[in-house]
Design a binder for this molecule. Structure first.
Ligand code: ZN
Length: 282
């Protein structure tokens, strides 16, 4: 980083190499552009560094803000922690203002500028889940994207584990680490039904959408021995094998069904816990 605090594409690429990444690596990236400080070339420079260094780059490209709707009136699943439209008129109005998923929809803003820049500026594969799509670039992009199913949205992360891939956290915490949700779901926890517009006047119920992650940083001490960490500019960059995240999160949840969940009865955490308890022997 120079005296003006500006990080360059080369410095980002160099940091990724120092983390141990190369053209044989497959990574699921969760990134905060702002965490770097100022980046010469902005989000595009981050994308070029990632694509230029790693063999395969995957990011979450969800469109919930545009495609998601409330549950219809009266449709209440057990332990589902969601809200219903109060009337069918209100539901139809919300359905009217939502849009069905198409591959050219922008990535939700809360998923960060890097994913949206990746979508806009670089040839990619993108899955078509109405709420929770992934995009991927590089060697194994198609294999990862094809691993997503409507009823199992986190399938691409399972495929990434088979490739011995890694989770790369760039300036974000484990609250952004979706792989922990996969471990939860494999153990019957955090499997929610959610709803999306899929065509004019039509909506779909989608199972196994993940829930709350606000306590996921509690996994940090457990993962530290298998985490590679360094700074790129101001960005705290962490690399962890997908298999290690899954094994560690699973161990915590098997030991304590409420691991990484809060105890607020009104939080989605409570519904996730009840789902897990429901499948445990009494
Ligand atoms: Zn909570």
């Amino acid at each position: 980083m120079d005296e003006g605090g500006v990080v360059t594409e080369d410095e980002i690429a160099e940091g990724l190499v120092r983390l141990g990444l190369d053209s044989t690596s497959s990574v699921l990236v969760h990134a905060s552009l702002r965490s770097f400080g100022r980046v010469d070339g902005g989000a595009e420079a981050v994308c070029r560094a990632l694509i230029g260094t790693c063999g395969t780059v995957m990011m979450i490209s969800g469109t919930w803000d545009l495609t998601g709707v409330a549950a219809p009136p009266g449709l209440v699943r057990p332990h589902n922690a969601y809200f219903n439209a109060e009337t069918w008129a209100a539901f139809d109005e919300a359905l009217g203002s939502a849009v069905p998923f198409t591959p050219d929809l922008p990535v939700d803003r809360w998923l960060g500028r890097v994913a949206e820049t990746m979508r806009l500026g670089f040839a990619h594969e993108r899955s078509t889940h109405p709420l929770f799509s992934f995009l991927a670039i590089g060697t194994h992009a198609r294999r990862l994207i094809e691993a997503q199913r409507l009823e199992w949205p986190l399938g691409p992360i399972e495929a990434l584990a088979e490739l011995r891939g890694h989770v790369l956290l760039l300036g974000v915490g484990h609250t952004s680490n979706t792989t922990i949700h996969l471990a939860e779901q494999q153990l019957g926890r955090s499997r929610f039904y959610r709803y999306a517009k899929v065509a004019p006047g039509s909506w779909m119920e989608l199972p196994n959408v993940s829930g709350e992650s606000h306590r996921f940083d509690e996994i940090e001490p457990e993962l530290r021995p298998v985490t590679t960490e360094l700074r790129i500019g101001d960005c705290r960059a962490r690399l962890i094998a997908v298999e290690d995240v899954l094994a560690c999160a699973s161990r915590l949840i098997v030991t304590d069904p409420a691991a990484m969940l809060c105890r607020d009865q009104d939080c989605r955490c409570e519904a996730a816990l009840q789902q897990r308890l429901a499948i445990l022997p009494c």
